[in-house]
Design a protein around this ligand. Structure first.
Ligand SMILES: [Zn+2]
Length: 227
Protein backbone atom coordinates (compact mmCIF):
# COMPACT_ATOMS: atom_id res chain seq x y z
CA UNK A 1 0.00 0.00 0.00
CA UNK A 2 1.21 3.52 -0.78
CA UNK A 3 1.51 5.75 2.27
CA UNK A 4 1.24 9.41 1.58
CA UNK A 5 4.15 11.18 3.25
CA UNK A 6 2.28 14.46 3.11
CA UNK A 7 -0.62 13.02 5.08
CA UNK A 8 1.76 11.66 7.68
CA UNK A 9 3.45 15.01 7.95
CA UNK A 10 0.12 16.77 8.38
CA UNK A 11 -0.95 14.31 11.00
CA UNK A 12 2.37 14.86 12.76
CA UNK A 13 1.76 18.60 12.72
CA UNK A 14 -1.69 18.16 14.19
CA UNK A 15 -0.26 15.98 16.95
CA UNK A 16 2.50 18.45 17.71
CA UNK A 17 0.07 21.35 17.88
CA UNK A 18 -2.30 19.39 20.05
CA UNK A 19 0.59 18.48 22.36
CA UNK A 20 1.33 22.08 23.20
CA UNK A 21 -1.26 22.25 25.97
CA UNK A 22 0.06 22.53 29.50
CA UNK A 23 -2.25 19.93 30.95
CA UNK A 24 -0.61 16.87 29.42
CA UNK A 25 -1.06 15.17 26.11
CA UNK A 26 -3.97 16.01 23.92
CA UNK A 27 -4.89 14.11 20.83
CA UNK A 28 -6.32 15.04 17.51
CA UNK A 29 -10.02 14.30 17.54
CA UNK A 30 -10.96 15.30 14.00
CA UNK A 31 -9.46 12.46 11.95
CA UNK A 32 -11.92 9.60 12.06
CA UNK A 33 -10.67 7.50 9.20
CA UNK A 34 -8.52 4.41 9.41
CA UNK A 35 -4.89 5.31 8.67
CA UNK A 36 -4.46 1.97 6.91
CA UNK A 37 -7.56 1.37 4.76
CA UNK A 38 -9.02 4.92 4.87
CA UNK A 39 -12.48 3.61 5.75
CA UNK A 40 -14.44 5.69 8.24
CA UNK A 41 -14.13 4.63 11.87
CA UNK A 42 -17.15 4.30 14.10
CA UNK A 43 -17.20 4.88 17.85
CA UNK A 44 -16.80 1.24 18.75
CA UNK A 45 -13.58 1.08 16.70
CA UNK A 46 -11.78 2.69 19.62
CA UNK A 47 -8.56 0.76 19.12
CA UNK A 48 -8.93 -1.34 15.99
CA UNK A 49 -10.42 -0.55 12.59
CA UNK A 50 -13.65 -2.50 12.08
CA UNK A 51 -12.81 -3.00 8.40
CA UNK A 52 -9.14 -4.02 8.27
CA UNK A 53 -8.35 -4.67 11.93
CA UNK A 54 -5.39 -2.24 12.11
CA UNK A 55 -4.51 -0.75 15.46
CA UNK A 56 -5.46 2.91 15.30
CA UNK A 57 -3.46 5.91 16.42
CA UNK A 58 -3.65 7.16 19.97
CA UNK A 59 -6.33 9.75 20.39
CA UNK A 60 -8.28 9.12 23.57
CA UNK A 61 -7.64 11.85 26.09
CA UNK A 62 -10.04 11.09 28.92
CA UNK A 63 -8.46 8.58 31.31
CA UNK A 64 -11.81 7.46 32.76
CA UNK A 65 -13.20 6.68 29.32
CA UNK A 66 -9.99 5.00 28.28
CA UNK A 67 -10.08 2.67 31.27
CA UNK A 68 -13.84 2.31 31.09
CA UNK A 69 -14.65 3.33 34.66
CA UNK A 70 -17.14 5.88 35.90
CA UNK A 71 -15.85 9.43 36.04
CA UNK A 72 -15.84 9.90 39.79
CA UNK A 73 -13.41 10.05 42.66
CA UNK A 74 -14.96 7.07 44.42
CA UNK A 75 -14.33 4.62 41.59
CA UNK A 76 -14.25 0.84 41.75
CA UNK A 77 -10.55 -0.05 42.13
CA UNK A 78 -11.12 -3.67 41.09
CA UNK A 79 -12.82 -2.68 37.84
CA UNK A 80 -10.03 -0.18 37.22
CA UNK A 81 -7.30 -2.77 37.64
CA UNK A 82 -9.04 -5.49 35.68
CA UNK A 83 -9.80 -3.12 32.78
CA UNK A 84 -6.21 -1.91 32.85
CA UNK A 85 -4.90 -5.47 32.60
CA UNK A 86 -7.28 -6.31 29.78
CA UNK A 87 -6.21 -3.25 27.79
CA UNK A 88 -2.55 -3.79 28.48
CA UNK A 89 -2.68 -7.35 27.22
CA UNK A 90 -4.66 -6.28 24.14
CA UNK A 91 -2.36 -3.38 23.25
CA UNK A 92 1.01 -4.70 24.42
CA UNK A 93 3.85 -4.21 21.90
CA UNK A 94 4.65 -7.95 22.03
CA UNK A 95 1.34 -8.57 20.29
CA UNK A 96 2.44 -6.41 17.35
CA UNK A 97 5.95 -7.71 16.73
CA UNK A 98 4.91 -9.09 13.33
CA UNK A 99 2.76 -6.16 12.33
CA UNK A 100 3.60 -2.97 10.43
CA UNK A 101 5.83 -0.29 11.90
CA UNK A 102 2.84 2.03 12.18
CA UNK A 103 1.02 -0.49 14.35
CA UNK A 104 4.13 -1.10 16.44
CA UNK A 105 4.37 2.63 17.11
CA UNK A 106 0.65 2.84 17.86
CA UNK A 107 0.87 -0.06 20.28
CA UNK A 108 3.78 1.57 22.12
CA UNK A 109 1.89 4.84 22.39
CA UNK A 110 -1.33 3.16 23.53
CA UNK A 111 0.53 1.11 26.11
CA UNK A 112 2.27 4.11 27.57
CA UNK A 113 -0.96 6.11 27.65
CA UNK A 114 -2.84 3.25 29.33
CA UNK A 115 -0.04 2.96 31.91
CA UNK A 116 -0.12 6.66 32.60
CA UNK A 117 -3.91 6.72 32.86
CA UNK A 118 -3.87 3.77 35.25
CA UNK A 119 -1.16 5.30 37.44
CA UNK A 120 -3.14 8.52 37.60
CA UNK A 121 -6.52 7.01 38.39
CA UNK A 122 -5.21 4.37 40.74
CA UNK A 123 -3.74 6.91 43.19
CA UNK A 124 -6.38 8.94 45.06
CA UNK A 125 -4.21 12.06 45.18
CA UNK A 126 -3.48 11.98 41.45
CA UNK A 127 -7.03 10.94 40.61
CA UNK A 128 -8.39 13.91 42.54
CA UNK A 129 -5.97 16.27 40.84
CA UNK A 130 -6.95 14.85 37.47
CA UNK A 131 -10.66 15.45 38.11
CA UNK A 132 -9.90 19.02 39.19
CA UNK A 133 -7.76 19.53 36.09
CA UNK A 134 -10.63 18.30 33.92
CA UNK A 135 -12.67 21.08 35.54
CA UNK A 136 -10.02 23.68 34.89
CA UNK A 137 -8.71 23.77 38.46
CA UNK A 138 -4.98 23.39 38.95
CA UNK A 139 -3.17 23.00 42.25
CA UNK A 140 -0.11 25.21 42.35
CA UNK A 141 3.06 24.03 44.06
CA UNK A 142 2.97 26.94 46.51
CA UNK A 143 -0.25 25.72 48.11
CA UNK A 144 -0.93 29.19 49.39
CA UNK A 145 -4.60 28.50 50.02
CA UNK A 146 -4.04 26.24 53.02
CA UNK A 147 -5.03 27.80 56.31
CA UNK A 148 -2.18 28.72 58.70
CA UNK A 149 -3.53 26.55 61.48
CA UNK A 150 -3.20 23.46 59.32
CA UNK A 151 0.31 24.46 58.28
CA UNK A 152 1.32 24.88 61.93
CA UNK A 153 -0.06 21.42 62.65
CA UNK A 154 1.99 20.01 59.76
CA UNK A 155 5.13 21.69 61.09
CA UNK A 156 4.51 20.16 64.52
CA UNK A 157 4.03 16.76 62.94
CA UNK A 158 7.23 17.08 60.92
CA UNK A 159 9.09 18.02 64.06
CA UNK A 160 7.64 15.07 65.97
CA UNK A 161 8.75 12.71 63.21
CA UNK A 162 12.22 14.22 63.18
CA UNK A 163 12.56 13.92 66.93
CA UNK A 164 11.14 10.41 67.24
CA UNK A 165 14.05 8.16 68.08
CA UNK A 166 12.49 4.75 68.54
CA UNK A 167 10.21 2.39 66.67
CA UNK A 168 7.19 2.69 68.97
CA UNK A 169 7.05 6.48 68.89
CA UNK A 170 7.25 6.49 65.12
CA UNK A 171 4.70 3.74 64.82
CA UNK A 172 2.28 5.72 66.95
CA UNK A 173 2.74 8.81 64.78
CA UNK A 174 2.22 6.61 61.73
CA UNK A 175 -1.07 5.23 63.12
CA UNK A 176 -2.37 8.71 63.85
CA UNK A 177 -1.42 9.88 60.37
CA UNK A 178 -3.13 6.91 58.78
CA UNK A 179 -6.35 7.66 60.64
CA UNK A 180 -6.19 11.30 59.50
CA UNK A 181 -5.50 10.25 55.91
CA UNK A 182 -8.43 7.83 55.93
CA UNK A 183 -10.65 10.58 57.22
CA UNK A 184 -9.46 12.87 54.46
CA UNK A 185 -10.33 10.22 51.86
CA UNK A 186 -13.84 10.16 53.28
CA UNK A 187 -14.06 13.93 53.11
CA UNK A 188 -12.74 13.92 49.56
CA UNK A 189 -15.38 11.41 48.51
CA UNK A 190 -17.98 13.72 49.96
CA UNK A 191 -16.54 16.87 48.39
CA UNK A 192 -16.45 15.29 44.93
CA UNK A 193 -19.87 13.71 45.34
CA UNK A 194 -21.31 17.12 46.19
CA UNK A 195 -19.29 18.63 43.36
CA UNK A 196 -17.73 21.02 45.84
CA UNK A 197 -14.48 21.35 43.92
CA UNK A 198 -12.99 24.15 46.03
CA UNK A 199 -13.33 22.00 49.10
CA UNK A 200 -11.94 19.02 47.18
CA UNK A 201 -8.93 21.10 46.21
CA UNK A 202 -8.32 22.14 49.80
CA UNK A 203 -8.59 18.53 50.95
CA UNK A 204 -6.23 17.31 48.23
CA UNK A 205 -3.62 19.84 49.32
CA UNK A 206 -3.98 18.63 52.92
CA UNK A 207 -3.76 15.04 51.74
CA UNK A 208 -0.51 15.76 49.95
CA UNK A 209 1.03 17.16 53.15
CA UNK A 210 -0.08 14.18 55.20
CA UNK A 211 1.10 11.65 52.62
CA UNK A 212 4.51 13.32 52.48
CA UNK A 213 4.90 13.05 56.24
CA UNK A 214 3.62 9.48 56.19
CA UNK A 215 6.24 8.60 53.58
CA UNK A 216 9.00 9.92 55.87
CA UNK A 217 7.58 7.92 58.79
CA UNK A 218 7.48 4.73 56.71
CA UNK A 219 11.03 5.28 55.56
CA UNK A 220 12.24 5.79 59.12
CA UNK A 221 10.28 2.79 60.37
CA UNK A 222 11.97 0.65 57.74
CA UNK A 223 15.30 1.80 59.04
CA UNK A 224 14.41 0.69 62.57
CA UNK A 225 13.15 -2.66 61.32
CA UNK A 226 16.37 -3.30 59.43
CA UNK A 227 18.35 -2.62 62.59
ZN1 LIG B 1 -8.82 -0.01 8.35
Amino acid sequence: MIRLPVMRYLSFLVRQTANNGTTGRMYCTTAKFCWSCSKPLVKKDKFFCGSCGSLQRVEEVDYFKLLDVSNEFDLDPFALTSNFRRLQSMLHPDKFSRRSNEEKTNSLEWSSLVNKAYKTLNTPLQRGRYILKQNGILISEENTSVDPEFLMDMMDKNEAVEEASNYDDLDEIGQTLKAEIDELYEQLNKSFLENNLDEAKENLIRLKYLLNIEAVVKEKLLHYKVK
